[in-house]
Design a binder for this molecule. Sequence first.
Ligand code: NAD
Length: 498
Amino acid sequence: MTAQTTLANLDLSKAELTGGTLKVTSPIDGSVLAEVHQTPEAEMEAVFARSKAAFKAWRTVPAPRRGELIRLLGEELRAAKDDLGALVSWEAGKITSEGLGEVQEMIDICDFAVGLSRQLYGLTIASERPGHRMMETWHPAGPVGVISAFNFPVAVWSWNAAIALVCGDTVIWKPSEKTPLTAMACQKIFERALARFGDAPDHLLQTVIGGAALGEALVASEDVPVLSATGSTRMGRAVAPVVAQRFGKCILELGGNNAMIVGPSADLEMAVRAIVFSAVGTAGQRCTSLRRLIVHNAIREELLSRLKKAYAGLPIGNPLDQGTLVGPLVDEAAGEAMTESLKAAAAEGGQVFGGNRVTKGVPDGVYMEPAIVEMPNQTSVVKTETFAPILYVMGYDDFDYAIEMQNDVPQGLSSCVFTLNMREAEQFLTAAGSDCGIANVNIGPSGAEIGGAFGGEKETGGGRESGSDAWKAYMRRQTNTVNYSAELPLAQGVKFDI
Ligand code: NAD
C-alpha cells in the first residue's frame, strides 16, 4: 500500500496535506509525504481558552462516563490499526510489526484507562478528633499539555491522553514536527470516537502542528497546569525551569542510556536474543534502547562472538518489507550523529564492529549497520545518549563494580541483569542495585508493558506515565475533613476559646 492510500484511509484530505509550510518526509526513502499547515503561534491563546472552556464542562462528567469515550477510542483504534501502524512506518521509519505494536500499545492503554475510570480512589483517614471524618479526593487538574518526540509518535500521546481524559482533563497535543501526520490521523480517530460518544464538549483534544515555538507557548502558559514532555534531555532542561517558575507540574520523559549486566551464569541464548532486539530494534531509536553491555569477563569473548554473528546477518532495509529487522534512522542528522559518536569512541580507545552506512539494496534513506564497540572502560562517549544503534561493551569481574558502572551515567531510565544467580538478581533490584526507573531480570531494557509506571530518574526527568498510579500526576489531590459533631475541637489539642 502506498503512503497516499494510507493517508486517505485515515481520512486526511488533500487540502490538509498540501500547500502548507511544514514539509513531511519519509525516513524510508526521503520522499515528501505531505506539506502540512502549521498552527500559527498567535493562535495558541485561543487554543488555551477553548481547552479551559471544555475543561469546565468535562470535569463534571462522571469518570466512568468519561471512560466510555476512551472505550470508544480503543474501538476506533482497533479499526484503524493497520492504517495507523503503516503510517507510523512511513513517517517514523519503523518496521511493520513495530508500527503495529505501537498502535497495540495505544489500544492497551485505552483498556487500562477504561478500568481506571472506575478506580480513581482516594483514602479515608482516621481523624484524631471525635465526630470527624477525613478523606482524600482526587479532582481533575485542568488542560494538560503533551509534547511528544518523533520516535513514539502516537503511543506517547495515548499514554497521556487516555489517562488525562478519564481523569477529567482536556488535552493540547504538540507532536514532533517530524511526525505531524500520525498526530493528525489520531485527532481524526479521536473525533470518530467523540461523534459516537455524543455529548462531550468541543475541543477536548486539540492538536497543534509546528516546531519548538508552539511547545514553548504550552510550557509558558498558566492555563496549562500539567505539562507532559517527552524528548531529549536538552529539551527537558529548557522546559522544566519555565514550568517550575509558574508552579505548574511537569511530567518529564527524557533521554536514556540503558544497560544490561550479563553475569557468568546467564542463559546466553536468551541474552543474545534480548540484546539484539533491545539494541537494534527501531534502529536504536527507542528511549529504552540498549546502549551499554556490561559483561562478565569469563563469558565476554563467547558473548561477543555470538553477537557479532547475529549482527552480521541482520536484515537491514525497507521497514515495510517482510523480514526486515533494521529500518532507517530518522534523518541525515541522526546518521551523522552516529558516525561522529563512533569516531569519538574509537578516539577513546574503542574497537568498532559495523556502523557503516548501507547504500546497496536499500531505499534512499539513512540506513546504518548497527555497531558494537568494545570499550576499555566507560568513557565520556559511552555516558552520552546517541540516538542510534550503537552498543558499547565493557567487561567486569566483580558484580558490585558492574552495578556501579551501570549507575555511573547521568541518565536513569531502564536497566536489566541477565543471570541465573538468585543473589545477583535480587541485589540488582535492591536500594543498592540499579538506580533506574525500570529494572528487569532476564528481560531486555526495552519494550515495557503499559500496566507498570513508565519513566526514569536523573537526567531522564523523574516523570512516570502509563500504568500503576501514574494517573495521580494528572489530578489534584484534596484533603477533606468533615465535622458531624456539635463540637469544634481543634487539632493538636489547641485551645482557642472565645
Ligand atoms: P526532541 O527533544 O528534539 O523533541 C521532542 C519534542 O520537544 C518535539 O515535539 C519538539 O518540537 C519539542 N521541543 C524541542 N525543544 C523544545 C522547547 N525548548 N520547548 C518546548 N518544546 C520543545 O526529541 P526527539 O529527537 O524528537 O526524540 C528523541 C529523544 O526523546 C531521545 O533523547 C529519547 O531518549 C527521548 N525519548 C524519551 C522517552 C521517554 O519516555 N523517556 C520516550 C521517547 C523519546
